[in-house]
Write a protein that binds this ligand. Structure first.
Ligand code: GLU
Length: 452
């Protein structure tokens, strides 16, 4: 049991799916053919820990999440039926500050996946040096099968089930796959309703990524995409080239992929191909695709397939597109042994969390394809979340230029630290990013010690 009485889970169990049937073996194992995502994070931490001679107790502590909350909760559907849903919140580590990380809605959500995503948040926040720990949540659901009202009731009931396990100074969720500002507004409203009336004013900071009109920060919606572009720009400067001269491909055209592409369009880079769950498309000419028009199409139709401004192509041809940069901005396990061999790019800029498998990573290394690892490359989102949380605490409202500039500064410092670590210890950038993060966490454990 946790301090506030919620049962924690020690091992993955087999929750019911939203239609009440038992989940598939793949879903139980953590999705598809890559069953152990959390083990991959542990392996990544071990590699970096080994390389820098990290204090063994830090590795031991980070190899298990601090707290795992699993809830099964009923939701009234529009037709009067009641369905049970399974949701998780994993709180990996909070030695640097409140647990922080998104909530995703996806049919493949599992405890193993949420554990991995929570651990990546711990590494990400430590790496960019913001005062947050790592957490992540998820509900096992395909949100496209729910009406707007069902989605709202499900969100509210999940938040009610989590109860005091989240809070502005304790654990602060945010948007992730298939959740957005509207979801966050429902969460604040529900969380506030669980507090005594005189305390409701402090509810605002319980989540970040809220609508700007309801306590959100300007620049948060595009922040992850903005960060991806900022980092590509830093990499390009190191290669002595300009973003305007780069061509690129994107996998996933949701919040991260579409914003990165729209910002890159303004900078003159050429979008040659896009792939998502609905299909793959490629540009007719080297002038590239119009990211803004494509974003409109995706908003209307739910995916890139059928976009009039491009021609359909295969998934294999998408991966094999010749370009300077590939931005995976969808789900985990996309750059595999097989797809990494297809890539004809100089840089993989990881907008998604965990897009590259261990085998995929080995192929990228062997083929000398540079990687901006997820924990660095997609950190723009949580950095602007931190700005939002600060604004909620102080009552201030920053302007767009201020947000963009402070984001850029934090990313530049993190980029420089990773570059330095990679050079000092002869590490690739993923190992170097982990090494920087682990050193930061080690420092605090060293100073504070371990209770008792
Ligand atoms: N879900 C985003 C991530 O994976 C943002 C998390 C946050 O803002 O707390 O980094």
């Amino acid at each position: 049991m946790t301090a506030n009485g919620t049962a924690t889970i020690d091992a993955p169990r087999a929750p019911l799916t939203s239609n009440g049937s038992a989940p598939s073996a793949a879903a139980r194992a953590g999705g598809g053919e890559h069953p152990k995502l959390f083990q991959r994070v542990r392996d990544q931490m071990d590699r970096a820990a080994e390389a820098i001679g990290l204090a063994p107790e830090v590795r031991t502590i980070l190899s298990s999440p601090a707290c795992e909350i699993g809830v099964n909760f009923p939701v009234k559907m529009d037709d009067g039926r009641v369905e049970m849903f399974s949701g998780y919140r994993v709180q990996h580590n909070n030695v640097l500050g409140p647990f922080k990380g998104g909530i995703r809605y996806h049919p493949d959500v599992s405890l193993d996946e949420v554990r991995a995503l929570a651990a990546w948040m711990t590494i990400k926040c430590a790496l960019v040096d913001i005062p947050f720990g790592g957490g992540k949540g998820g509900v096992q659901v395909d949100p496209s099968t729910l009406s707007r009202r069902e989605l709202e009731r499900m969100t509210r009931r999940f938040v009610y089930a989590l109860g005091a396990n989240i809070g502005p100074g304790y654990d602060v969720p945010a948007p992730d796959v298939n959740t957005d500002a509207r979801t966050m507004a429902w969460i604040v409203d529900t969380y506030a309703a669980t507090l005594p009336p005189q305390e409701r004013f402090r509810a605002l900071g319980v989540v970040t990524g809220k609508p700007v009109s309801a306590g959100g920060s300007v620049g948060r919606e595009k922040a992850t995409g903005q960060g991806v572009v900022d980092l590509i720009e830093m990499w390009a400067a190191d290669q002595r080239c300009k973003v305007a001269d780069l061509s690129y491909t994107v996998q996933g055209f949701g919040k991260v992929g579409s914003w990165a592409a729209r910002i890159l369009k303004d900078k003159g880079a050429k979008l040659l191909a896009v792939q998502d769950a609905t299909g793959a498309i490629k540009a007719y000419t080297s002038a590239g695709l119009d990211a803004d028009v494509l974003a409109e199409h995706v908003k209307k139709t739910g995916g890139v397939a059928g976009f009039a401004g491009a021609q359909a192509t295969s998934r294999e041809a998408f991966f094999a597109t010749q370009a300077d940069v590939f931005i995976p901005a969808a789900l985990e396990n996309q750059v595999t042994d097989e797809t990494a061999r297809l890539l004809q790019v100089r840089l993989v800029a990881e907008g998604a969390n965990g897009p590259t498998t261990t085998e995929g990573d080995a192929v990228l290394r062997e083929r000398h394809i540079a990687v901006l690892p997820d924990v660095l490359c997609n950190a723009g989102g949580v950095i602007v979340s931190y700005f939002e949380w600060l604004q909620n605490r102080s009552g201030a409202a920053w302007n767009a230029a201020e947000v963009d500039q402070r984001l850029r500064e934090i990313l530049e410092r993190a980029y420089a630290r990773v570059k330095q670590m990679a050079a000092d210890k002869s590490l690739d950038w993923r190992d170097a990013a982990y090494a920087v993060a682990l050193r930061r966490i080690e420092q605090v454990y060293g100073e504070r010690g371990i209770f008792p």
